[in-house]
Design a protein. Structure first.
Length: 245
């Protein structure tokens, strides 16, 4: 299905291009699970770190979704929104897409999803969430840590008991990841590890009202950090344009 990419300067891009082509030509279809990292590395004749970087790249484009925990793996996603993800930088620069647009959606949907999860999550769901937070706590790679924090939200969406909400959360996180990847933060941390721990305790205690309140506060906190990123990115883009002019 996939062939070795050979020796190239940017191996992860070559790997991502090979997988992308397999998705776009129908060899890999929506919902298909990709082979694990070890098998992909064997098929494509590259190292596992190259595979991980390529998968993060494809996730940022919205081509795949990476699930962790007991139901982990990379899965082919929908591609009908790729045009928006691929033009994210231009849309932000033109102010046709802003952090406020993203946060308005998250403020409306996520608190309700977390409220439902407090009532409907199974014991297995709560264990999966705990495992994600444990893995995130010890993760030192910032890209991996970012993926894990996003996976926490995706898992809560799955655990809420409403498949439509779960799908919406996945799509929201796809756009959030693409937005953050475009803004390219270096040192800014969007939130602390303990923020998710506090929310998880509300879910474990089956407290829907508290889960709703904490989720809203969490989204607002992320909003403030992302707006700082957005402002810095727009300033940089303006300076680069002036320098090139």
């Amino acid at each position: 299905m996939l062939k070795a990419v050979g020796k190239q300067e940017n191996l992860y891009e070559a790997v991502a291009s090979e997988i992308r082509e397999a998705i776009l030509n129908g060899s890999l279809k929506m919902g298909d699970t990709l082979p694990n990292e070890t098998e992909l590395a064997r098929q494509l004749a590259v190292s596992r770190p190259v595979i991980r970087e390529a998968l993060r790249y494809l996730q940022a484009q919205g081509l795949i979704k990476i699930n962790r925990g007991t139901k982990g793996g990379a899965m082919v996603g929908r591609i009908d929104h790729l045009f928006l993800l691929e033009s994210m930088a231009d849309l932000i620069r033109l102010r046709q897409l802003t952090v406020d647009h993203l946060v308005q959606v998250r403020q409306f949907i996520e608190p309700e999803v977390f409220r439902l999860a407090a009532a409907n999550a199974t014991d297995e769901d709560l264990i999966d969430l705990e495992n994600i937070l444990d893995e995130s706590y010890y993760e030192v790679n910032p890209d991996e840590k970012r993926d894990l924090t996003g996976q926490f939200h995706r898992e809560v969406g799955r655990a809420c008991g409403n498949p439509i909400y779960a799908a919406l959360i996945n799509r929201i996180l796809d756009f959030t990841l693409a937005f953050v990847s475009t803004l390219k933060p270096t040192h800014l941390i969007l939130h602390k590890d303990e923020d998710h721990r506090i929310i998880l305790e509300a879910l474990k205690n089956r407290d829907p009202d508290l889960a709703w309140k904490l989720a809203l506060e969490h989204v607002n906190q992320i909003n403030n950090q992302m707006k700082a990123l957005e402002t810095a990115w727009l300033t940089m883009a303006k300076e680069e344009k002036a320098g090139n002019g």
